[in-house]
Design a protein around this ligand. Structure first.
Ligand SMILES: NCc1[nH]cc(CCC(=O)O)c1CC(=O)O
Length: 341
């Protein structure tokens, strides 16, 4: 029997849950044994706001270094934490089926956004969430928070905050969906590019393992998040501003109204029943919002799913033509590549 594969993971409860689910799926599909190897990242030990320590990329780089050094055989990341640029020497071996990509509100007393009184304190560390919350015009006070999901929820339980905005996917993986008081409609709060998806990364030279891990890949999820990340990469040229992007696949016939409702269940069902990707369409929405919430640019495009990258570029171009460049400050020098969300 070959030795167990070493899966590099962060040590947070969320990262461990994600890594375990990938390990179990791989063992179930291929019979390969997997051991988890915990890697501590700077993002885990520092209390500084993410934006000042280099964005969510800090969670990723320590895992990538361990992978390139041969200390682990593969790594699992939250896809939305990956910088948009290619990682030299590494291959995205699988993008497993996506969890619910939407953001959620976890508020006191079962309240929704519309029910919270003016001046309510809502915690988030994400410029994208902050700007979109301000754009709602509800007079909410956005308060910066950091720390893991449990820490954030405890600030609501302890009465320090009236609510926090988090990813549905993270709460779901932690078994904490009971805390959700409202699932935010992407029409109001568009998720981060790649939110709800995982990335399984290998060394590019490890072709044998890449082939084995491919069994975990969901092509429709990969195409959707590829398009979303192209939008981010294009708009981010010169900025780290709040960008949301959300793509769903749907059957390209006259069933659009129903199929484009946007749930991952709907997109998965259609991708399985379609005989070929040729009949599948990709519907991508993008939003950029100024930090104060005063200016919002929202656009969408639809096209053949096989043209995911071109569609992402076309959407970004439409947004830039509408002035997204000034909202995100594209004229300014580029400070960094990560999107903190
Ligand atoms: N910002 C940190 C982060 N990175 C990934 C997730 C979980 C959701 C996902 O996998 O997309 C979270 C928590 C959150 O945004 O609430």
């Amino acid at each position: 029997m070959s030795p167990a594969l070493r899966l590099g993971t962060r040590g947070s409860r969320l990262a461990l849950a994600q890594s375990r689910s990938v390990a179990e799926a791989l063992t179930a599909a291929s019979g390969l044994e997997v051991d988890l190897v915990e890697i501590t990242t700077f993002g885990d030990t520092s209390d500084e706001p993410l934006a000042t320590i280099g964005g969510t990329g800090v969670f990723v780089s320590a895992l990538r270094e361990a992978l390139l050094a041969g200390e682990v055989d593969f790594a699992v990341h939250s896809l939305k934490d990956l910088p948009t640029g290619a990682a030299e020497g590494l291959t995205l071996a699988a993008v497993p089926p996506r969890a619910d990509p939407r953001d959620v509100l976890c508020a006191r007393d079962h309240l929704t956004l519309g029910e919270l009184p003016p001046g309510s304190k809502i915690g988030t560390g994400s410029p994208r969430r902050a700007a979109q919350l301000r754009a709602l015009g509800l007079d909410l006070e956005v308060v910066p928070v950091r720390g893991n999901v449990d820490t954030r929820l405890s600030k609501v339980a302890d009465g320090i905050l009236d609510g926090v905005v988090l990813a549905h996917a993270g709460l779901s993986r932690l078994g904490l969906l009971d805390a959700v008081t409202e699932v935010l409609d992407p029409i109001q709060v568009l998720p981060a590019p790649g939110q709800g998806a995982l990335a399984v990364e290998c060394r590019s030279t490890d072709t044998e393992l890449i082939d084995k891990i491919a069994v975990l890949d969901d092509p429709m999820t990969r195409l959707a998040v590829t398009a979303e990340r192209v939008v981010l990469a294009r708009l981010e040229a010169g900025c780290s501003a709040p960008v949301g992007a959300y793509a769903v696949t749907a059957e390209g016939e006259d069933t659009q109204d129903e199929e484009l409702s946007g749930t991952p269940e709907a997109s998965r069902a259609t991708s399985e029943t379609a005989g070929s990707a040729v009949f599948m369409e990709l519907y991508i929405r993008g939003a950029v919002v100024s930090d104060d919430g005063a200016v919002t640019i929202r656009k969408s495009v639809t096209g053949p799913v096989g043209e995911a990258e071109q569609l992402g570029r076309a959407l970004a171009q439409e947004m830039l033509d509408d002035g997204a460049g000034t909202v995100v400050g594209a004229e300014m020098p580029a400070p960094k590549k990560e999107n903190v969300s």
